[in-house]
Design a protein around this ligand. Structure first.
Ligand code: PBG
Length: 341
C-alpha cells in the first residue's frame, strides 16, 4: 500500500501537527557553554575569529555564569589563559591556576551551575602541546625540509604526562568542578585521572572523556581564543585521524573500560556518523562538542548575509541531537536558549 493511501504530507500541514510528531526536541537542558578565563579584572576581550565569544577575567566569568544559569543552561566548561606558561604546565595543576580561581569564584556565586573542567595541558605549556615534549638533537644539519626535521626531533611523551593530567584533575575537583573532562588524548589518562580522584576522596566526581577527539582543522578559532596553538608540529600523533570511525569506537571502549562515566565525540557536525554509531553501541550519556570552527563558519556566513543565522544555528544543534548526542557543548548555547525560551 502506497500512494494515494500513504500521504506523508498529512503530518506536515501545520506547525501544530509537525511539532506533535517531532522526533527530536531541542532544549537547553543538555547544553554546555564554553568559557575562556583570562587574568585581570573587568576584562571582556572578543575573540577575533569567534564574534560573540570573549576572553573573560574571573569577575566577568562569574557574571556570565549567572546569566547562563538564568537562561536555563545547566553547565559551563572552563578553559584557561594563564598569566605565564612553562614546560610542565604549572598553571594547569596548581591550586591558584587561573581555572581553579574561576571555579572557586563561580561555585561561591552560582553554586547550582554544573561546573565542568577541561583537563588538558596545551593552554599552559610554552610550546602549546597537550603533553610533555622530549626534544632530541637534530639528525641533519642544513635541514632540507623543516617539517620533516621537526617531525623527527620531538616526541610527546605519553606516560610521564599522565601524572600532570591526574594532578590537574584533582586540583580542579578541589576547586569545585563537578565534572572532569579530559581532552588531551593521551593513552591511559582516564584510568590515571580516576585513580587520582579516588585517592583524593573524589569518588563521586564523574569523568566525561573526550573519547573520540579528532585532529581537526575546525579547532582553529579555539586556538586563538585559548592561545593554545602548538608552536611546532601538530597534534596528529595524539588526536585521531579524521578518516577513522572504527578506531573511534575502540577509543571509546577503552575510555569506558578505564572508568569514563560519559563520552564525547568532537567535532560534531562533520562527525555525525561517529556520533550515531557511538549512540548505537554504548549505553552511557553521549556528548558532542560543536567546536569553534563550526561556530565561526555559521557566524561568518550570517554576518555576510549568506544564511539565515537563527535557522541554521538551531538546525545544526537539532541535527547533532538527532544523530545521538544528548549533551552538546556549544558556543551557541546562550543564543539558542533564548530562542527556545
Ligand atoms: C584542548 C582543547 C581544544 C579544544 C577543546 N579542548 C583544542 C585542541 O585540541 O587543539 C577545541 C575546542 C574548539 O575548537 O572549540 N586540547
Amino acid at each position: 500500500m502506497a500512494f494515494p493511501t500513504d500521504r506523508p504530507r498529512r503530518l506536515r500541514r501545520t506547525e501544530a501537527i509537525r511539532s506533535f510528531v517531532r522526533e527530536t526536541r531541542l532544549s537547553p537542558e543538555g547544553f554546555v557553554y564554553p568559557l575562556f578565563v583570562c587574568p585581570g579584572e573587568g576584562v571582556r576581550k572578543e575573540v577575533r575569529s569567534m564574534p560573540g565569544v570573549f576572553n573573560l577575567s574571573v569577575d566577568e566569568v562569574v557574571k556570565e555564569c549567572a546569566e547562563v544559569k538564568s537562561l536555563g543552561i545547566p553547565s559551563v566548561i572552563l578553559f584557561g589563559l594563564p598569566e605565564s606558561k612553562d614546560e610542565v604546565a604549572t598553571d594547569a595543576w596548581s591550586d591558584d591556576g587561573i581555572v581553579q580561581k574561576a571555579a572557586r569564584a563561580i561555585k561561591r556565586e552560582v553554586p547550582a551551575l554544573l561546573l565542568m573542567g577541561d583537563v588538558c595541558l596545551c593552554e599552559y605549556m610554552s610550546h602549546g602541546h597537550c603533553g610533555l615534549v622530549e626534544t632530541t638533537a637534530p639528525r641533519s644539519v642544513g635541514a632540507a625540509s623543516v617539517a620533516a626535521m621537526i617531525a623527527e626531533d620531538y616526541e610527546i611523551l605519553n606516560d610521564p604526562t599522565l601524572e600532570l593530567l591526574a594532578r590537574t584533575a584533582v586540583a580542579q575537583a578541589k576547586a569545585g568542578m563537578d565534572i572532569i573532562a579530559p581532552s588531551d588524548m593521551m593513552d591511559g589518562r582516564v584510568d590515571a585521572i580516576r585513580t587520582a580522584l579516588d585517592a583524593a576522596d573524589y569518588q563521586n566526581i564523574p569523568i566525561l572523556s573526550y573519547a573520540a577527539k579528532f585532529a581537526s582543522g575546525f579547532y582553529g578559532p579555539f586556538r586563538e581564543a585559548a592561545d593554545s596553538a602548538p608552536h611546532f608540529g601538530d597534534r596528529r600523533s595524539y588526536q585521531m585521524d579524521p578518516a577513522n570511525l572504527r578506531e573511534a569506537m575502540r577509543e571509546i571502549e577503552l575510555d569506558l573500560e578505564e572508568g569514563a562515566d560519559m563520552i564525547m565525540v568532537k567535532p560534531a557536525m562533520p562527525y555525525l556518523d561517529v556520533l550515531h554509531e557511538a549512540r548505537l553501541r554504548f549505553d552511557v550519556p553521549l556528548a558532542a562538542y560543536q567546536v569553534s570552527g563550526e561556530y565561526a563558519m555559521i557566524k561568518a556566513a550570517a554576518l555576510n548575509g549568506w544564511m539565515d543565522y537563527e535557522r541554521v544555528m538551531m538546525e545544526s544543534l537539532l541535527c547533532i541531537e538527532r544523530a545521538g548526542a544528548s549533551i552538546v557543548l556549544t558556543y551557541f548555547a546562550k543564543e539558542a536558549a533564548r530562542l527556545l525560551a
